[in-house]
Design a protein around this ligand. Structure first.
Ligand code: HEC
Length: 120
């Protein structure tokens, strides 16, 4: 059977469009932006936050886009996800408080803060 180049292209496009959210590598611009909100933020904080997302936030559903929620929504959602994870693990802490903070700062920095007009 001959498959046209066009249909291969179409299938590839479909895979990209419906595939999981891929979190972009952390940049210095991210750190600068995040520092407007979290004074002592470091590259390492953001990288840890990203790694935690890639490890923790994909075990029950696909990664949600950092841009899909406001800062206030993330503040409520992260602890709620930590509770889901704890329940699933039979009461064991899976996403501890410090991890929640790193996840939250990362998601807000690469998500809603990029839309905040008062931040460069
Ligand atoms: C133990 C399973 C589990 C883990 C781990 C988990 N989630 Fe969820 N998530 C759920 C369930 C169940 C729902 C749907 C019910 C709800 O909204 O609470 C959900 C819903 C969501 C929603 C939609 C909420 C809304 O109101 O629109 C977002 C955003 C989300 N999760 C983000 C995350 C992030 C970020 C992480 C990592 C910190 C994460 N989840 C980890 C189970 C999980």
């Amino acid at each position: 059977m001959k498959i046209s180049k066009l249909s291969v292209l179409f299938i590839l496009l479909l895979m990209v469009a419906c595939g999981p959210i891929i979190l972009a590598p952390v940049t210095l611009a991210d750190v600068e932006r995040g520092k407007n909100r979290y004074k002592d933020l470091t590259v390492s904080d953001l990288e840890k936050g990203k790694a935690l997302c890639e490890k923790m936030c994909v075990s029950c559903h696909k990664m949600k886009s950092p841009n899909s929620k406001t800062e206030k929504q993330w503040r409520q959602i992260i602890p709620s996800m930590a509770r889901h994870a704890m329940k699933k693990a039979g009461g064991k802490v899976v996403i501890d408080d410090s991890s929640q903070v790193l996840i939250y700062k990362y998601l807000v920095t690469v998500g809603p803060l990029t839309k905040d007009k008062s931040i460069k």
